[in-house]
Design a protein around this ligand. Structure first.
Ligand code: ADP
Ligand code: MG
Length: 213
């Protein structure tokens, strides 16, 4: 079995790299083979791999417009997750063309609904070009772990109203999701001192379950 998940959003800071890392960790902890292709110019995944995590996550950092398709195709088994840059480049288009599923993370701010529409338009263009459906799921990120804010509720209404495929699960704003990059460890390896760690793990697993449902 091979599955290619591409994490895309034209907006920088939407939560692509965080979502990529969190999905990879949950899958790897579940015994799956995971390869991350790090196409973020800041190479967050590549730097994470320099840490001590024992999870079976392979990170490939030297990804370019020229080699992205081959890099995806070269992976024989397990999950390939592509962490993209926040633009509409040829690299992004090529990765989307190879995707089994595109995840589009968005933050709950007014401007981001518009950006989400732009990213979906990019996916639609690829669908037309390739004459195949490219499944995608929108997901709100960095949302309140407690009571949804007014703007979060408005976003849900707005995106659903636009007829977009919005996931029910949301990735909450959690210290643990930052700590994994600071400590270069997985959620399952962080010190119990990290606040809300168990809730973060629960949240991450709920998200991954819905993505692959
Ligand atoms: N769920 C989250 N909880 C806490 N911080 C988050 C979360 N998602 C993203 N961040 C923070 O927001 C910033 C941008 O996130 P990042 O994943 O790098 O976005 P992108 O890759 O889309 O540019 C980073 O500082 C990251 O630590
Ligand atoms: Mg990034």
């Amino acid at each position: 079995m091979k599955f290619c998940l591409v994490v895309a959003s034209k907006k920088g800071g939407a939560g692509k790299s965080t979502l990529t890392q969190i999905i990879a960790q949950v899958l790897a902890n579940d015994g799956q083979k995971v390869t991350i292709l790090d196409a973020d110019p800041n190479k967050p995944q590549f730097r994470w791999r320099e840490g001590k995590s024992k999870l079976n996550i392979k990170v490939i950092g030297d990804v370019s417009e020229q080699n992205i398709v081959k890099m995806i195709d070269d992976v024989q088994e397990g999950f390939v997750i592509v962490d993209l840059e926040g633009v509409g480049s040829r690299l992004v288009a090529r990765a989307i063309a190879r995707a089994d599923l595109v995840m589009v993370p968005i933050q709950a701010s007014g401007l981001d609904a518009h950006e989400a529409g732009n990213t979906i338009a990019l996916i639609t263009e690829e669908e037309e070009l390739l004459r195949r459906k490219i499944p995608y799921k929108l997901m709100l990120t960095r949302t309140s772990a407690m009571i949804p804010s007014k703007i979060e509720r408005q976003m849900v209404t707005e995106l659903t109203g636009m007829g977009l495929s919005l996931m029910e699960a949301q990735l909450n704003e959690r210290a643990a999701f930052k700590s994994v990059f600071v400590e270069k460890l997985s959620l399952y390896e962080l010190s119990e001192n990290v606040s809300g760690l168990q809730k973060a793990i629960q949240n991450a697993e709920t998200v991954v379950k819905e993505i692959f449902a």
